[in-house]
Design a binder for this molecule. Structure first.
Ligand code: SF4
Length: 124
């Protein structure tokens, strides 16, 4: 499992410089460009027993960081594909990701239902 970029900030001895999007190295992992590697490390995951108002405020602040992140799409897809059960990833909270995943599953089922039935090839 990939370590969340915002968690790696907490253990990184030397924060990495952000690479401008136009000069991105396509072979480098997306999280090397994560804004949260340099930003507020405690913003993305809830501390234990966090009151609801504090959680909502923290999540909105984390989303504002995500909104200026060049790898938001990659981060969001990673969190949806894993799936990551906790924290703000790609501008979505865990609850919001569950909604997106449920919608995707419903869409897949609908597409499967509407797909034409496979035809049986005529035997030689
Ligand atoms: S989108 Fe948000 S959580 Fe993801 S790497 Fe960027 S700042 Fe971090």
């Amino acid at each position: 499992m990939l370590h969340p970029p915002h968690q790696s900030l907490q253990v990184a001895a030397v924060p990495q410089q952000r690479v401008p999007v136009r000069n991105r190295d396509q072979d480098a992992p997306w999280h090397t460009e994560a804004v949260c590697r340099r930003d507020e490390a405690g913003l993305f995951f809830a501390p234990s027993k966090e009151p609801t108002a504090a959680r909502l405020s923290r999540e909105e602040a984390a989303k504002r960081v995500c909104a200026r992140c060049p790898v938001l799409v990659e981060c969001r897809e990673h969190a949806l594909l894993q799936p990551e059960p906790y924290g703000v990833w790609g501008g979505l909270t865990a609850a919001e990701r569950r909604v997106v995943l449920a919608r995707r599953r419903r869409r897949e089922v609908e597409l499967q239902k509407s797909a034409p039935a496979p035809t049986v090839a005529a035997a030689g």
